[in-house]
Design a protein around this ligand. Structure first.
Ligand code: C5P
Ligand code: MG
Length: 191
């Protein structure tokens, strides 16, 4: 069992790198953003709550997102491990993830903290917005998402730092270069 938290600002490449990781390590990719967008598409109660918050670049309440994730983990009893993408986004969620994993005899094995310059993040998200159809890939919401990230999500770095699990990854450059750095960090932890 090898569980990864892939961490970084919106546009840092978490989804892209998760796709590479799934192929190489045969893990289950759990993107809470994707799960929420599926709830919106299904017009569920949670989807109705999430829709407006996502469009504004704000977070769905911790308890709802924690329940969503716990329910999803239990759908994969024979997984080799999980990649948590877009979760935890708050320190409360980080504590809840530790608890839900330990209740299932698992733990976070590594946190990959992908760093990308702010100008590059904005450029990537605006570019993605041309084709993503996402309600939040526009300049106003992008700026709010980066602000929310700084205020609510950056403190999560300290949470994993204290556990010795924070691995800074330089996220500029090509997708392949970033993936090489990620694999080196994983190999070190597995060695
Ligand atoms: O991870 P992603 O960028 O796809 O998330 C899109 C949006 O989904 C976030 O900006 C936020 O509004 C919502 N979200 C959330 N809580 C999470 C993950 C995503 O509220 N843990
Ligand atoms: Mg994503």
């Amino acid at each position: 069992m090898f569980n990864i938290v892939i961490f970084g600002a919106p546009g840092s490449g978490k989804g892209t790198q998760s796709d590479f990781l799934v192929k190489k390590y045969n893990l289950v990719h759990l993107s809470t953003g994707d799960l929420l967008r599926a709830e919106i598409a299904a017009k569920s109660e949670l989807g109705k709550i999430a829709e407006g918050l996502i469009a504004k670049g704000e977070f769905v309440p911790d308890n709802l997102i924690i329940d969503l994730l716990a329910g999803t983990i239990d759908k994969y009893p024979s997984a080799n491990g999980f990649i948590f993408d877009g979760f935890p986004r708050t320190v409360v969620q980080a504590g809840a993830l530790d608890k839900m994993l330990s209740e299932r005899s698992m733990q976070v094995n590594i946190m990959l903290n992908i760093a990308v310059d702010n100008d590059e993040l904005v450029a990537r998200l605006l570019n993605r917005g041309k084709t993503s159809g996402r309600s939040d890939d526009n300049l106003e919401t992008i700026q709010q998402r980066l602000k929310t990230y700084e205020e609510k999500t950056m403190p999560v770095i300290d949470f994993y730092d204290k556990q010795g699990k924070n691995n800074p990854i330089a996220g500029m450059g090509t997708m392949e270069d970033v993936f090489d750095r990620i694999c080196q960090a994983i190999d070190k932890v597995n060695a």
